[in-house]
Write a protein that binds this ligand. Sequence first.
Ligand code: MG
Length: 209
Amino acid sequence: MPLSPALSPALAAVAQATRGFLPDDEAEALRAAALGAPTGLWLEIGTYCGKSTVHLGSAARTTGSALVTLDHHRGSEENQPGWEWHDASLVDPHTGRLETLPHLRHTLWDAGLDDVVSVLVATTQQVGRWWTSPLALLFLDGNHTEQVAQHDYAAFARHLVPGGLLLVHDVFERPEDGGRPPWNVFCRARDEGFAEVGATGSLRVLRRP
Ligand code: MG
């Protein structure tokens, strides 16, 4: 039976209700690409409240893969107070910082994906120091500063198996459409031998030869 890219109505409702920065067409493309990834261990960098995690987690369940989603859950620069993408309702009064982990936990509970998705709460710099597991899929959607975006690519893309998929979000070819770091990471991946196999909106899909 061919794999269907459609989310169940229940999961679609959870994804729709979850806060995030993933347009519907990119969510569909993300899930369709994941359904074509090798089975194995998948890693998402940049979880936020888990919108994309529902799409990737659904595909992981369908294909028998396991998904790890990594985030420190205190928000990127653009999510902090005074910035364009700040959501005041996500501030933890105890720390005064953004806190998205409880929202992710609710998302995974509502989606019934707790047994497919392993939640890893840390910075990518912490995890990059000890990560050794081969990856069948890597979704880069974390901090968009040049330094961290390049770090995340360097630390984790090297673990992709041959045929593994590298997905990069917020890739804008024209500077007037968005920040440079994801575009620079995309170009670096191509320079280093990854083949572009798909593009939808700002989502680029590459495959390790
Ligand atoms: Mg993004």
